[in-house]
Design a binder for this molecule. Structure first.
Ligand code: AHR
Length: 328
């Protein structure tokens, strides 16, 4: 399937011209050695919590290599303090650009200000921060998570058109305080609020992991005998929940309808097998666009303040058709 990335220039926001960055000193610990002309990019990744994240890391590492950009990569293991430490270390090492996917939305102003004072431009990838000072970063590339939640809600509303009985929904939220958890909850909630038959009877974080998705779903099933629908903020939690549902002697996709977000291979397989009913896509392949932005920002070119990833949705039939060519 063809995918394109659209560049959206948010109204009133212009990328600031760049000051010179410390490109002459990549500091210690550089993989390719100091003194090279390569752009040095420090990237702080959220962790390795999901299939999506693994594909995203690979996309970033492969694209950096392809573009001839020297990548300093760190895994924050889903902890904000680790990301802050990594960013401070990149500042100390005088990398040319810092990029990161913020584990949560709040609490970044101080470290972003430190990067700005050191004249190191910052690019946000995948997830947003809630800083009101948008001069603290150059651009933000990633999905529209509210829109993803809306797409999940739209499918549910269509699926239950003409039915009047109450629909009991349980929700597995992503990491507490993260942009995708906040926004996917909101988008979905806004759509289903229009019809009082939809009731979210339980909603809890599963931290975007399969293990936690299973554990929380087991608790949901014990406390609520009449669950009609599961909305999981990612495939991995949905896949964990499927194990819990089967363990409880129920049929996922039939006794309990399941909607997830991401469309990674394992999720798409479960969709094709009839265990998931609908998946909203969230593309992890941000690497090529990120490297393009890194080069432009480093060259002092104007970049859009917001780059939105274009994504689709999948039914069970569509999953069967695209599975053989799915990249991740
Ligand atoms: O930020 C993107 C989200 O993070 C993905 O949907 C999820 O799988 C990941 O862990």
């Amino acid at each position: 399937m063809l995918r394109k990335i659209s560049m959206v220039i948010a109204a009133g926001l212009l990328a600031a011209p760049l000051a010179a960055c410390g490109g002459d000193d990549s500091g210690s610990g550089s993989d390719s050695g100091s003194g090279s002309d390569k752009i040095v990019l420090g990237f702080s990744q959220v962790g390795a919590e999901s299939g999506w994240r693994t594909a995203n890391t690979k996309s970033i590492q492969d694209s950096a290599k392809e573009a001839g950009i020297e990548l300093k990569f760190s895994d924050a293991q889903q902890k904000q303090e680790n990301q802050i430490k990594a960013i401070r270390s990149y500042i100390q090492q005088k990398v040319d650009i810092i990029a990161f996917s913020p584990v949560v939305e709040s609490g970044w102003d101080t470290v972003l200000k430190e990067a700005k004072d050191a004249k190191i431009p910052v690019i946000l990838t995948d997830r947003a921060v809630d800083s009101t000072d948008t001069s603290l970063y150059k651009t933000f590339i990633g999905s529209d998570f509210v829109e993803e939640g809306k797409k999940a809600g739209d499918w549910l509303v269509k699926e239950y058109t003409g039915k009047t009985e109450t629909v009991n929904i349980v929700e597995l939220q992503g990491t507490t305080g993260s942009a995708p958890a906040n926004d996917r909850k909101k988008g979905f909630g806004d759509v289903i609020a229009a019809d009082p038959k939809f009731k979210v009877i339980a909603s809890q974080t599963g931290d975007f992991t399969r293990a936690k998705g299973k554990e929380v779903m087991e608790a949901f099933l014990k406390a609520n005998p009449d669950i009609d629908v599961l909305y999981a903020h990612n495939d991995d939690m949905g896949l964990g929940a499927i194990e819990a549902i089967e363990g409880a002697g129920k049929k996922p996709g039939v006794d309990i309808k399941i909607i997830t977000v991401d469309a990674v291979k394992d999720g798409m397989q479960a969709l094709a097998d009839g265990k998931i009913n609908y998946i909203v896509e969230c593309s992890p392949l941000l690497g090529p666009q990120l490297m393009d932005l890194v080069e432009k920002v480093h060259a002092g070119e104007t970049v859009p303040a917001r780059v939105v990833t274009e994504e689709t949705t999948f039914t069970q039939e569509q999953a069967k058709a695209v599975l053989p060519s799915r990249q991740y």
